[in-house]
Each structure stands twice: as structure tokens, then as C-alpha cells.
Design a protein around this ligand. Sequence first.
Ligand code: NAD
Length: 268
Amino acid sequence: MTVKLAVTGAAGRMGKMLIEAIAAAEGVTLTAAVVRPGSSLVGADAGELAGIGKNGVRLVGDLHEVVEDFDVLIDFTTPKATLENVTICADAHKKIVVGTTGFDEAQKSTLLAAQDATALCFSANYATGVNLVFKLLAEAAKTLGDDYDVEVYEAHHRHKVDAPSGTALRMGEVLAGALERDLNQVAVYGREGQTGARARDTIGFATVRGGDVVGDHTVMFMAEGERVEITHKASSRMAFARGAVRAAQWLQAKKTGMFDMQDVLGLR
Ligand code: NAD
């Protein structure tokens, strides 16, 4: 069976990459593509927009117009737009892969609430390698334990609007979980001035922004005499796009519930 996919934020960096990834994947087809309401791109061809040649999918400016035309929506937009799209999908019992990051706690609760009406996949990072790294981090933290200071470093391109990255925060949650700490209590987001000595159970985050960096993450476990570093570097957004398409195919078999890429890859 061919799974019919829609993409919102089709004109975005990830949106265009998703259109290309869907065209290259087996068992899926792009049947709808949505851009910002009022965009001058409405009516244009989605394939042309993505630079892969005409694919016959006309860009629309409102998800309502195409909600009956797809099985699963892939949404990499903004928190506000994603929540609107999740509501539309939940009402129509359409499944949704959420790639957007930067949700606050209230917005995350709204996302979670949709799982009674439809199936959602929500991951801060859809790259297979990063999801393997999440698993490695839990192992490392459990083995190294409280004797090692843990810090998370991330770098992204100059256009990224949220910090630390959703992936860095997810890494922090994985580390805190393995070390039996509450991330809200122990996270330190950047340091400046007379900070005093490092508190033992701190999990620190450092953020770098610039150029065209697709996404670098390094977790350091540091003790007297040695340091372990676990690093992932994304060199193309295609890694995220391919993972999101895989998640959409997997999600098609689910009726309701909230899942993530660890479920899709069988890493739990
Ligand atoms: P971008 O700014 O290039 O693209 C976002 C697009 O969404 C824009 O084209 C914008 O016009 C469009 N948009 C905004 N509101 C809309 C609406 N109501 N309807 C339709 N389109 C709308 O950003 P990007 O680099 O593509 O990233 C998008 C999001 O995905 C960010 O939150 C980013 O952090 C996240 N991201 C997640 C992963 C992951 O693996 N989970 C990977 C990369 C990026």
C-alpha cells in the first residue's frame, strides 16, 4: 500500500528537503503541500519549489483545503503553526509526524492531548544516528555515574530561533533520567561572571550559532584524569527528512497514541 503524505511548511528548509525525500522513498507519495497562508507561492508546483522538477502537487495556503487528501502529515514549521495543524489533524483523524522544536510546557501538553484522537510521532531529532546516540548516552551515564561531570555542547546555523536545540534538551533529559536527577533542578544554560565552582550534579548546556552548521552535538563526561566525548554531526538535512518519512510510514499502522523515533527504530 502506498502511504499518502502531506508536508506543511513546504517552503522551509526542512519542507523542501521532505518533498525531495518523499520522491526518493519507496511506498510513499506526496499528495498535499502547504505553505504559509497568503504566501505568493500558493498555486505553484511543490516539486518545482523543492528543485526536483514538477510533481503535479499544487501548493495551498490552508491545511483545511487538503485534509481529506492524505494519510499522514509531516510538519516542520513553528510551535504555533504545528499546534493549529495538530488540531486540524486530530479532528479529521489524520496522523501527524511533528518535527518542530521549541515548544513550551503548555504547548507540549496540548500536543500530548491530541494522542486520544489520533496517532502522533514527536521527536526532537529524526536522524537515525542521533537516536542511537540517545541510547549510548544512557548507557554511558549509567556506567560512569556521579563521578563524571556532564556537559552538552551544540552548534547550529545562524537562522535557528530556539536554544538550546531540542536535541540538546532531549540529550539532557536522557542523561538526567539515567543519573536519576531532575533536569529542571540541575540544568545550567550558559555561564557568565562569578559563577562559583561547578555544582556536582549540574548538567550544563553550551550553545553556538553561526554559518550553515546543520547540527553538531557533543556530550562530555569529565573526571579527574579522563574524558569521554560522544559526538554526532549532521552534514545534511536529508538525514532528518529520511527519518521523518520513515516515521510517517511506521505511524500509518497506528490508530492513536504518542510515539517517538525510538519507537519507530525499535530502540526501546
Ligand atoms: P524554516 O523557517 O526554514 O521553515 C519553516 C517553514 O514553516 C517556513 O517556510 C514558514 O513559512 C512555514 N510556516 C510557518 N507557519 C506556517 C503555517 N501556518 N502554515 C504553513 N507553513 C508555515 O525552518 P526549518 O529549518 O525548516 O525548521 C522548521 C522546524 O523544524 C524548526 O522548529 C526546527 O528546529 C525543526 N527541525 C527539527 C528537526 C528534527 O529532526 N526534529 C530537524 C531540523 C529542524
